[in-house]
Structure formats: structure tokens, C-alpha cells
Design a protein. Structure first.
Length: 140
């Protein structure tokens, strides 16, 4: 069972890096389309956790996306904090990733800079190289 993180929401984005907060109007790195236009299976785990927090099932979310009504779901608007998600990213056992997903991000599109060589900060989350490659393929 996947834990549903309590994700704080704000109307205005705080002055922080891009992987600290996101909106459902932002581009989903897995599809190149906004999160709000992405089916549940296409959402990175941090965005799927927000949808689960609204108590919608994946099927209900997909129906709303198909009808163009997902942006009206209470709890979807505003900026969503990734503080809890960042803690999960940093707690992964990078020496033993699951066999069927990217070993850097575990299929979430977000990985941690374990030595600070990419972001300048040890443990700082960043968009995984597999997601960056997928975005390049769709021309985003």
C-alpha cells in the first residue's frame, strides 16, 4: 500500500527551487503535457500522491482528465510542497533499486543528488536523467 503524503498547498509559489513546489498546471516530465492533463498512470509518484489525497480513485481521475475537468478538483489548485516527498527520495536504498524501473529515480522522475555534484547540495532532489531524456524526445 502506498502512503498518502500530507501535501501542503499554497496559492502563491514561495521563492525556492523548482523541485520544492509544483502546480498541476506545470509540465509533467513523463508526458510533456500538464499534470492536470495526464492520466493517473502517467503521473510521477509525487503528483499521484496529491491525487490520492483528494480521495479520487485512479479511474475517477482519468475520467476527469478525459472530460477536461481535473483542474476543478478541490485540493488540486495552488502550489504543492514536496517536503515529505523529498524525505522519501533521500531515504531510498540506491544500492538496491527495484529491477523494473530506473535505478536512479525508482520510476518517479525525481532523484537525489547524493554527493552534491549536480545541484551543489547533497541530497537535493532534481529531475532524473531518464525524465530529461523523455522530455528531449517529445521536443519539450
Amino acid at each position: 500500500m502506498t502512503a498518502v503524503l500530507s501535501v501542503p498547498v499554497q496559492d502563491e509559489r514561495p521563492d525556492t527551487d523548482d523541485l520544492t513546489w509544483f502546480r498541476f498546471g506545470d509540465i509533467n516530465p513523463m508526458t510533456g503535457a500538464p499534470y492536470v492533463a495526464s492520466r493517473f498512470a502517467e503521473l510521477p509518484a509525487y503528483a499521484a500522491n496529491v491525487v490520492r489525497g483528494t480521495r479520487l480513485s485512479p479511474e475517477q481521475w482519468d475520467a476527469l482528465v478525459a472530460a477536461g475537468g481535473a483542474s476543478a478538483v478541490p485540493g488540486i489548485g495552488g502550489w504543492h510542497a514536496l517536503a515529505g516527498w523529498r524525505a522519501e527520495v533521500n531515504s531510498r536504498d540506491y544500492d538496491n533499486p527495484p529491477a523494473d524501473v530506473c535505478g536512479d529515480c525508482f520510476g518517479t522522475c525525481v532523484t537525489a543528488d547524493i554527493d552534491g555534484s549536480i545541484t551543489g547540495t547533497v541530497g537535493e532532489p532534481f529531475l532524473c536523467f531518464c525524465a530529461q531524456g523523455a522530455l528531449a524526445q517529445v521536443g519539450r
